[in-house]
Design a binder for this molecule. Structure first.
Ligand code: G1P
Length: 294
């Protein structure tokens, strides 16, 4: 049995080059999915799974992230005076989800380097890492199961999803064997962004990790890998080969990728369709629009 993870680390130091010029002054993580910043969905997912403390690994020029998760007394008073109760609740939410912590990554040296900046925050407890480009639908279960599995089995636990062969080279990929439990696999090896011919399976790492503190020692000895960056996947591989148990929870629910412009557009449309307030008129309009274009 391990201590249950209750802290989460969210790397958010990237330059957001795929979304320029929008991200010249606005952090990519605050781009809205309908009307809510992508990062708020991630912090809400952490909070919904009993995570109490969230560390954002940020960078210069991204102070707006801390602003978003702070209280805004003047705005709250103005909304209160106008009687805008629903909106008041919506804007208060971000400052009540979790205790927020921030650390700056001086240089964008890769996901592994970003996670290395969480060492002081993690202390001696296993912790969650959540990548902001991967949104998991709040109606579908993943993170809670991963935290349970880590508490029972220790070591590393990863969120995995089957992806089409041509997409595997965009992800970290794992070699797996089945376990006695449905939807949980034992991972024997990991490789970051393999060519299709070298991929050990069609299971991709989807931006949810539970890591033990041993990861920090492994990161210290990890050399730059794919893309010349310090890769978290390589550090996890070091631990796997040293005998640390690594398991994966295979997710079959709804995941929205916001990593590039096309995926971002799809995520906005999908989540807008699901919204009780905007969904019905939006779907009606969208159906007509698509028919006219066909
Ligand atoms: C990162 C990880 C990769 C993982 C992916 C999930 O890659 O390095 O292993 O599969 O996130 O989104 P990135 O998307 O930052 O290139």
């Amino acid at each position: 049995m391990s201590v249950r993870a209750r802290k989460a680390v969210i790397p958010a130091a990237g330059l957001g080059t795929r979304f320029l010029p929008a991200t010249k002054a606005i952090p990519k993580e605050l781009l809205p999915i309908v009307d809510t910043p992508a990062l708020e969905y991630i912090v809400a997912e952490a909070a919904a799974n009993a995570v109490t403390d969230v560390l954002i690994v940020t960078a210069r020029g991204k102070d707006a992230i801390a602003e978003h998760f702070d209280a805004k007394p003047a705005l709250e008073e103005a909304l209160e005076a106008k009687g805008s109760t629903a909106l008041l609740e919506r804007i208060r939410r971000s400052s009540t989800l979790a205790r927020m912590h921030y650390v700056r990554q001086p240089k964008a040296a890769g996901l592994g380097d970003a996670v290395a900046h969480a060492e002081g925050f993690a202390g001696n407890e296993p912790f969650v890492v959540m990548l902001g480009d991967d949104l998991i639908d709040e109606r579908d279960e993943l993170l809670g199961t991963m935290i349970d599995v880590q508490e029972r089995l220790g070591g590393i636990v990863l969120g995995l999803m089957q992806v089409p062969g041509e997409d595997i080279s965009k992800y970290g990929c794992v070699a797996v064997a089945p376990t006695d439990e449905d939807g949980i696999v034992a991972i024997s090896d990991l490789v970051e962004k393999p060519a299709l011919a070298d991929a050990p399976s069609d299971l991709a790492i989807i931006g949810r990790y539970i890591l033990p503190t041993e990861i920090f020692d492994a990161l210290r000895t990890t050399q730059p890998g794919a893309g010349g960056e310090i890769q978290l996947t390589d550090a996890m591989r070091t631990l796997a080969l040293a005998g640390v148990p690594v398991h994966g929870v295979v997710f079959t629910g709804r995941r929205y990728d916001t990593g590039d412009r096309l995926d971002y557009l799809k995520a906005v449309v999908q989540l807008a369709c699901e919204r009780p307030d905007l969904g019905p008129p939006f779907v009606e309009w969208l159906t007509q629009f698509v028919q006219q274009r066909a």
